[in-house]
Design a protein around this ligand. Structure first.
Ligand code: CO8
Length: 272
């Protein structure tokens, strides 16, 4: 593994996404490594929980890799989003308990990756947001579906439409995260929860997880397909090219309203 580190500790595995220079941004290689690791860990007898975290003290994951995404068209973006959904499906269907230990910014695909986990612990310096619209795109790793399920539809729309970043205290208040700890305590608290879980019946835990997810997520996978199609569609727009070029050039984007009238999804909205 080049970009992730997997440490085994009895019934617990800790996966650390380690691309500190780019704030642990998710490239397609990182996603492939996470899928491989998830598949391998699933088969490890005696393993009960996985803690997912980021390297360093600044970032959990600052989103999908904008430098890699900038030049993508529809097909590339669809492949990227679908691979992300494949990873999410691994976590959803895993017999293991996945705990996100969010140790810094969790933005875009990073926030979405945390939302894929069974529960989320955060350090007090963590920050959350879905800033994709600032780049001319939308969440592509389940954010349009999972955020609303977690925090309610109004808060999810407010966060996704504004792209605002919120701190850990606000994330706890709106129940985006389940507990907040001092930065030095985060991993210890996640390990302690995993240890308590590991004392319980392994089949009972995985059945409880399966039934909870099945009950809540009847419509989830159709929603994820809709999201992938809309996410990839945006990579055919000038807005996406401008939004991502502006981020990489460290300037404000200039979005053009003129494109909206011709966009097929906008026309579909009119027909509904
Ligand atoms: N992708 C690539 N590079 C990044 C990313 C990213 N998401 N985030 C930060 N970096 C890089 C910066 O370009 C910078 O590189 P360099 O040192 O070469 O200039 C380095 O990391 C450090 O970043 P900053 O200098 O910007 O650090 P600051 O402390 O000033 O700012 C922020 C930190 C606020 C986190 C800022 O970096 C930021 O806004 N990052 C982008 C956040 C973002 O927009 N994320 C959403 C991306 S879109 C997305 O996630 C779509 C999900 C689709 C999922 C599909 C399936 C996987």
């Amino acid at each position: 593994m080049k970009h992730i580190k997997v440490d085994m500790d009895g019934p617990i595995a800790v996966i650390t996404i380690a691309r500190e220079k780019v704030l642990n941004a998710l490239s397609s290689e990182v996603i492939a490594e996470l899928v491989d690791a998830a598949a391998g860990l699933e088969r490890k007898l005696g393993l009960r929980a996985v803690i997912l975290t980021g390297a360093g003290d600044k970032a959990f994951v600052a989103g999908a890799d904008i430098a890699e995404m900038q030049a993508l068209g529809y097909d590339g973006a669809e492949t990227l989003s679908s691979r992300g959904v494949m990873l999410a499906r691994h976590i959803d269907r895993s017999r293991l308990v996945w705990i996100a230990a969010v140790n810094g910014v969790a933005l875009g695909g990073g926030c979405e990756l945390a939302l894929c986990c069974d529960f989320i612990y955060a350090s007090s310096n963590a920050k959350f947001g879905q800033p994709e619209v600032k780049l001319g795109v939308i969440p592509g790793l389940g954010g349009t579906q999972r955020l609303a399920r977690r925090v309610g539809i109004g808060k999810a729309k407010e966060l996704i439409f504004t792209g605002d970043m919120i701190d850990a205290a606000e994330a706890l208040r709106i129940r985006l995260v389940d507990a907040v700890f001092a930065p030095g305590e985060l991993l210890g608290k996640a390990r302690a929860a995993a240890q308590r879980i590991a004392l319980n019946g392994p089949i009972a835990i995985s059945e409880a997880k399966r039934v909870i997810n099945k009950g809540l997520d009847k419509e989830l996978y159709q929603g994820l397909l809709d999201e992938t199609e809309a996410f990839a569609g945006l990579f055919q727009t000038q807005d996406q090219k401008e939004g991502m070029a502006a981020f990489l050039a460290k300037r404000q984007p200039k979005f053009k309203d003129a494109e909206v009238a011709d966009y097929p999804m906008a026309q579909l909205h009119d027909e509904d």
